[in-house]
Ligand binder design. Structure first.
Ligand SMILES: [Zn+2]
Length: 74
């Protein structure tokens, strides 16, 4: 199973109609128009979710770390 990062369809191998390689990763698409969307702006379709989650978690843990316990100078 593959995930089409544009339309979020689950694709079986036989349903993959287009592929695109971006930064060493190959992505699979249900159609060429999804592939074209992706190739126009790959960043819009990948990474965003986990990256945002990562940034959010980072911000959260920084807040925890610094809020009640302000960094002190040594
Ligand atoms: Zn698609």
């Amino acid at each position: 199973m593959y995930l089409d990062p544009v339309c979020k369809s689950n694709l079986k191998e036989v349903q993959v109609k287009a592929t695109y390689t971006y930064k060493g990763e190959t992505y699979q698409f249900c159609c060429e128009s999804c592939r074209d969307h992706f190739s126009n702006d790959p960043k819009k379709h990948i990474g965003r979710n986990w990256w945002q989650r990562f940034l959010y978690r980072l911000a959260e843990s920084n807040a925890e770390e610094f809020e009640g316990n302000k960094p002190t100078c040594h």
